[in-house]
Design a protein around this ligand. Structure first.
Ligand SMILES: O=C(CO)COP(=O)(O)O
Length: 249
């Protein structure tokens, strides 16, 4: 079983003052922890200071996206190496909000994940269907295509993380049922094994979408769920730590 990963995604939230929350989380996560791995993906402006706050603890810091190129004329963008330089060891790519707001296609997501791997940071590659796609019975077709096309050629199974985030469950308070999560996570596992052989069992598959301290235990107990990608409930240390503790048990 891969090591559980409890990851937060602050999205476009957080000023320097909010780094106190990072400090609170770091204070509760020992460097030597053999329980769940813990990560906060922060807005780029907070990565460097957030890394300083988490130094000496087991809390890791990540970015929320990166550019596919290593450098160049891409005003406003950030290369994976820059995130790493600032202290990130993970980066989310292909979040549905980036796919929707910035038109990021599976090919772009694969190129971003590849850039992260080249820079030596772990990409968390997001997949997930919209409500229309679910209602049309297209969930597994959508996931299969996203999995085939968003994971870059040459990636090693243990070097990537997959996050299943049903778009209709993000920020809505509407959580997928355990049956819905199990169905998709099992399909994702099968796709990983088909692509990578036995190594496909080492890839962590996170669930994301309205996860909170009240529902985390049930979600984390579902087959093939290896952790969570948590939005709203990662903004407050108390909520995030409550989920971490459930996973660390
Ligand atoms: O998008 C998410 C994490 O990447 C989930 O967000 P919420 O937990 O706020 O629904």
């Amino acid at each position: 079983m891969p090591r559980t990963l409890i990851a937060g995604n602050w999205k476009m939230n957080g000023l320097m003052a909010n780094l106190a929350e990072v400090e609170r989380v770091a204070a509760e996560v020992p460097a030597s922890s053999e329980g769940a791995e813990t990560l906060l993906c922060l807005p780029a402006t907070l990565i460097h200071a957030g890394s300083a706050k988490s130094e000496g603890s087991g809390l890791k810091i990540g970015g929320e996206t990166c550019h596919a190129n290593e450098k160049g004329a891409h005003t406003g963008d950030l290369a994976a190496e820059m995130l790493k330089d600032a202290g990130a060891s993970y980066v989310i790519v292909g979040h549905s909000e980036r796919r929707a707001d910035h038109g990021e296609t599976d090919a772009v997501v694969a190129a971003q994940a590849s850039a992260a791997l080249r820079a030596g940071i772990t990409p968390i590659i997001c997949v997930g269907e919209t409500l229309d796609q679910r209602d049309a019975g297209e969930v597994l077709t959508v996931i299969t295509t996203q999995m085939a096309e968003s994971i870059p050629e040459g990636a090693e199974a243990a070097a990537i993380v997959i996050a299943y985030e049903p778009v209709w469950a993000i920020g809505t308070g509407r959580v997928a049922t355990s049956e819905q999560i199990a169905e998709v996570h099992t399909s994702i596992r099968n796709l990983l094994v088909r692509r990578f052989g036995d190594a496909g069992r080492t890839t962590r598959i996170l669930y994301g979408g309205s996860m909170n301290p009240g529902n985390a235990a049930e979600i984390l107990a579902v087959a093939e769920v290896n952790g969570g990608l948590i939005g709203g409930a990662s903004l407050k240390a108390a909520d995030f730590l409550a989920i971490y503790r459930l996973a660390a048990q």
